[in-house]
Design a protein around this ligand. Structure first.
Ligand code: AVJ
Length: 343
């Protein structure tokens, strides 16, 4: 029995807005709490902690997503280019190994890299249903509509949800290939990664495949340059999280008062991004009825981006119930695609 996302279900939310293509597109929207309650909780918790933190998922409003897209084109940001070139080279091989009929993707964004796999699938004459999962509804919708135009036989079942929390929303299916590309997994702590992999494995059947993109450990100058670009786009991207909070929680962050800081933490093998207060200040957050004090030089930790070794990745996969199948790297060993199979 193949996966039938469009059979027997009630008209999904948002379908009316997609009349031209509704027979090939379904988008489910899952939000745990209404409005910006979750943002409010996360910001309150994060800014009241001794080391202030903000979760990186809040970078990605429309402006943040555009800035991230611009980062991907920066000369210093080798990740996207390297990952894409690698996928170009091995996509056909991955399709032959996994023989998928469903392509699931977490943090799908603009689905740039997805096209490479869809093209390889088309060449192998495999029809698939594409299941992107992303927190940004606008982006998911735009990406889906573009893909429907480009791939006339593709069906898409989009899930607007948070892959860390809503994995159980994944529709059932067989012969699935799950994509988690771009080293997005690097944003998760070691513990969160183990939990994510275990939760993912629970959702899969044995024989489903998992393709994981990871950034690898490399000389510190190269790593730090990638997060401190000369054009200052990464700094803008980092500060954008304050813009989001200003807008959605009626806060009064002065963006010029916060400096972008990014460095490689060797012990943790991760790039850390922070926003450092240039001077002592108090920031009112209207939506939280809160004023947050900052000492001069105090930082808000906004992101970790972990850098992996092969051993670490394959061990984590095995512990979670995946059998490593292929380890693809480019000649410079900057990036890896780990193909594994749910056992
Ligand atoms: C989207 C999480 C892979 O960690 O490199 C880019 C995000 N942050 N520049 C990364 C990011 C700063 C990116 N990931």
């Amino acid at each position: 029995m193949s996966y039938e996302p469009f059979a027997g279900s009630a008209a999904p939310q948002g379908r009316e807005r997609l009349a031209e293509s509704s027979d090939r597109l379904r988008i489910d929207v899952h939000r745990r709490t209404a409005g910006s309650t979750e943002l409010a909780e996360d910001v309150r918790r994060g800014l009241l902690a001794p080391q202030k933190t903000l979760p990186p998922k809040y970078f990605y409003d429309d402006r943040g997503s555009e800035l991230f897209d611009a980062i991907c084109d920066l000369p210093e940001y080798y990740l996207t280019r390297t990952g894409q070139a690698l996928l170009d080279r091995v996509a056909a091989q991955i399709v032959r190994a996994a023989r998928p009929s469903v392509l699931v993707e977490f943090g799908s964004g603009t689905s740039r890299k997805t096209r490479t796999l869809l093209n390889a699938l088309a060449r192998a004459r495999r029809d698939v249903c594409y299941v992107p999962m992303d927190v940004s509804e606008g982006m998911l919708r735009r990406a889906a509509l573009a893909l429907l135009r480009e791939y006339p036989s593709l069906r898409i079942h989009g899930i607007v949800a948070d892959y860390e929390r809503d994995l159980h929303r994944l529709p059932p299916g067989r012969q699935r290939l799950v994509l988690f590309l771009g080293s997005t997994i690097g944003n998760l702590t070691r513990t969160a990664t183990a939990e994510f992999l275990r939760a993912l494995r629970r959702q899969l059947g044995s024989g489903d495949y998992f393709l994981l993109g990871v950034d690898l450990v490399k000389p510190v100058e190269i790593l730090e340059a990638a997060y401190n670009d000369r054009a200052g786009i990464t700094a803008e991207f980092n500060r954008n999280i304050l813009r989001v909070i200003n807008r959605d929680l009626d806060a009064a962050f002065d963006l010029d008062e916060f400096e972008h800081v990014a460095f490689f933490n060797r012990e943790q093998s991760q790039i850390e991004m922070h926003l450092r207060a240039r001077s002592a200040q108090r920031v009112a957050i209207g939506g939280l009825d809160l004023t947050v004090p900052f000492a001069a030089g105090e930082t808000i930790h906004t992101e970790i981006s972990r850098k992996f070794t092969r051993d670490e990745v394959e061990t984590a996969l095995r512990v979670a119930g995946f059998q490593p199948v292929d380890w693809h790297t480019p000649p410079n060993n900057f990036f890896a695609l780990a193909l594994s199979r749910a056992t």
